[in-house]
Design a protein around this ligand. Structure first.
Ligand code: GLU
Length: 459
């Protein structure tokens, strides 16, 4: 079999959103898994809506996600001459025709069709214009170009790896517009012709493109160009069950990056949609690739969950090696060191959670209202007893156990009533790592300082 080539073909008219991330990731995985190539092609022929800043932003986001592409970035606009040539070839074979119908006429046709209970298809009015008439009218009349796909018989077959062959009766298809009245191409022709030029073998994209694929197969066949295999995946749904959009809870990759999400968390949640059997231990992109099987890609719509993504974020955070962990922790607490980061690693869901433990680094840290009330409830005498016990102790490895026993005896407090005020004094937080670890981290002087601060604070 020849080399597999996939591509991600965004239009640079906006930021990379979750739906695009999924399409990019699936195409990347498919290519990498099969030792093929993954191309990045910007479909920038919509001059009005395409913006340079989005090209840069999309490249940055793909880089952030670790989705590398092969070769140079491709731009659809570079192939304008090929698109024209393709149109000419179709026109020569009468496989594309000019349509002079005005907007008003088309609207009327649609109304008429609706009143008869028919779908709002093109009436076919200009389909059989003689070529001389068409050419002479074109000199002074606005027109679009259409493909004569609609017919009473015949069918177009879209070869889909996930669904098998999808049959479209020509009778159910329309005569789509491929060139607008301003001379610009619609999506259909450039996208399909570029896939052929770029030797794309597999097109993985959302099933909202399924009927586009029918027109594109028709086009490629009439141009004698290779038809790729398609993999139409189901769309992502938002929390309200509607197609994932900004309104239904989608995010841009840039937004998530800003929120501190680890890109692998996004990848994990994405790949696992429809892949429930991927081992929980597959933590790297490489490992995910080993498990990836295109046959599991869902052809029905599937619900996206931010919660799953953030759960993965936490899981990955808990597994980060010290150096990477420290880098994240330091973004919020620049004074943190590795031993602090490792101590609290298992007790944070996001890196900013370390702020709750700031008191371990700085005894004078302000307390939250809740922590303050726990401390006040324990009161000065409690902390004085704790300090005296700490000062009077012979230092050894069982510091924590001996200390806590002494406080228990001195204050009569047990359980939560004993541990919580100590935790608050030492860390500032109500929950966190094991107390023995905290005591070890703070050391003799550190514990003393925090108790003294608390006594002063309460008095
Ligand atoms: N530019 C198209 C889009 O963003 C590409 C679709 C495709 O993958 O073929 O929807």
């Amino acid at each position: 079999m020849s080399e597999i080539v996939t591509r991600f073909a965004p239009s640079p008219t906006g930021l990379l959103h979750l739906g695009n991330v999924r399409t990019a990731l699936l195409n990347w995985l498919y290519a990498r898994k099969h030792g093929g190539r993954f191309l990045l092609r910007f479909e920038d022929t919509d001059r009005e809506r395409s913006e340079k800043q989005f090209i840069q932003a999309i490249c940055d986001d793909l880089g952030w996600l670790g989705l590398d592409w092969d070769g140079d970035i491709l731009f659809q606009s570079d192939q304008a001459a090929q698109h024209r040539q393709a149109l000419d070839r179709l026109a020569e074979q009468e496989m594309a025709y000019r349509c002079f119908c005005t907007e008003g006429q088309l609207a009327l046709d649609r109304k008429l069709a609706a009143s008869r209970g028919l779908p709002p298809r093109y009436s076919g009015r200009c389909r059989s214009l003689a070529s001389e008439e068409s050419a002479s009218r074109a000199e002074h009349e606005a027109h679009v170009w259409r493909l004569p796909v609609h017919r009473d018989d015949g069918e177009v077959i879209v070869p889909d790896v996930l669904r098998g062959d999808v049959h479209f009766a020509c009778h159910d298809l329309d005569d789509p517009v491929i060139v607008r009245s301003d001379g610009s191409f619609t999506f259909l022709l450039p996208n399909a012709v570029d896939d052929a030029i770029d030797s794309v073998t597999h097109v993985m994209r959302g099933d909202d493109h399924l009927s586009n694929s029918a027109y594109q197969v028709w086009l490629l066949q009439h141009l004698d160009m290779a038809v790729p295999a398609y993999l139409h995946h189901g769309l992502l749904l938002g929390r309200d069950g509607a197609k994932l959009s900004k309104r239904s809870g989608s995010h841009s990759a840039a937004e998530l990056r800003q929120e501190g999400l680890m890109p692998m968390a996004l990848m994990q949640a994405m790949v696992r949609l429809g892949h429930p059997n991927i081992s929980e231990d597959a933590l790297s992109l490489d490992a995910l690739m080993q498990h990836f099987d295109a046959r599991h890609v869902s052809t029905t719509a599937i619900r996206w969950s931010d919660d799953d993504m953030w759960r993965w974020h936490t899981r990955l955070l808990h597994n980060l090696p010290a150096e990477a962990l420290l880098a994240q922790v330091r973004e919020h607490l620049p004074e943190a060191d590795e031993s602090f980061a490792l101590l609290v690693q298992g007790n944070m869901e996001r890196a900013e959670d370390v702020l709750a433990y700031r008191r371990m680094l700085d005894a004078g840290t302000a307390l939250s209202e809740e922590a303050e009330s726990v401390a006040n409830d324990a009161g000065n005498t409690f902390y004085r007893t704790a300090l005296d016990a700490w000062n009077g102790m012979a230092r050894n490895e069982n510091d924590w156990k001996i200390w806590v026993q002494a406080i228990k005896e001195g204050t009569g407090r047990t359980g939560k009533g004993l541990f919580m005020p100590l935790r608050v004094a030492l860390t500032g937080a109500l929950h966190g790592p094991e107390m023995s670890g905290i005591v070890g981290f703070l050391g003799e002087g550190g514990v003393r300082k925090r108790l003294e601060d608390m006594i002063q604070r309460i008095s």
